[in-house]
Design a protein around this ligand. Sequence first.
Ligand SMILES: Nc1ncnc2c1ncn2[C@@H]1O[C@H](COP(=O)(O)OP(=O)(O)OP(=O)(O)O)[C@@H](O)[C@H]1O
Ligand SMILES: [Mg+2]
Length: 312
Amino acid sequence: MSTMHPSERELSLAPRAASDEDEALDDSTNGSLGPTGRPKRHIPEPPLLNGHGPAKVLALCNQKGGVGKTTSTINLGAALTEFGRRVLIVDFDPQGALSVGLGIPAHQLDRTIYNVIIERSTTAADAVIRTGVENMDLLPSNIDLSAAEVQLVAEVGREHALMRSLRPVIDHYDYILIDCQPSLGLLTVNALAAADGVLIPLECEFFSLRGVALLIDTIEKVRERLNPKLEITGILPTMFDPRTLHSREVIARVVERFDDIVFDTVINRTVRFPETTVAGAPITVWAPRSAGAKAYRQLAREVISREVAMAR
Ligand SMILES: Nc1ncnc2c1ncn2[C@@H]1O[C@H](COP(=O)(O)OP(=O)(O)OP(=O)(O)O)[C@@H](O)[C@H]1O
Ligand SMILES: [Mg+2]
């Protein structure tokens, strides 16, 4: 009798080709309708770039924990690089999950985003590190960042500390993605004050909807008081299970309430994502042909196309 638990087999650390399970999950659509229940739309191929920067800054934000903020930051970032974009991902959570998810031992680092926002002598370029993904850099964080919230309170312009820190590197990248912590405290307000757009990952689960009104209220206050250019780039349904009525009902409610703000791309629930954290690599690298990798590539196309549409 095998003593290996199924989840242990799932976690064996060799890259795997797409399985039948992926293909089945990929087919979450119903004929001409997408998983959002809206007609499928053609999302154009992203235009090629002639040069790089200035970056579009997107905050991945939801005060509810475990909804896919960090997973989406890593995987959207990696997918954007496949379209020739230069990306900086910013770990703005003292838990440091974004850094850990890329296999970087953030607790050992001397210079992190904490030093950049608190010390005038440390610049973003001093703390940025390369990741295993070409053209994707990381501004790491660790538990030190938890002290920043208290230290910033006494600062002049405390809500703009992150914006000031990112300004010197903005021309070097096409996208800067900020992985927020699950709270609406001062760190998250800093992320919103620095951002052009907010991307809201929303777990396809009934109670997920509860906090969204408060989040949107916070975004509106930041727009009015701190950052008039702030937009909601989109709501991204995550952990969708096409086999359950519950998941489909949650998406229907979200689309009914938020309409076109909801991306056409929906991220299915699959064990591949926890696996990628163990592997320390994005799904686009770890399981490049999987449904999850395809979904984040599709999201990257949608994010780029929304930006192009807004610029018109
Ligand atoms: N589509 C998915 N299917 C299955 N598991 C997922 C999916 N997306 C993320 N996960 C897993 O769910 C957990 C939470 O995801 P993640 O860390 O991205 O959420 P988060 O919003 O950043 O959480 P926190 O609020 O704690 O920062 C992780 O273990 C992750 O691997
Ligand atoms: Mg996280």
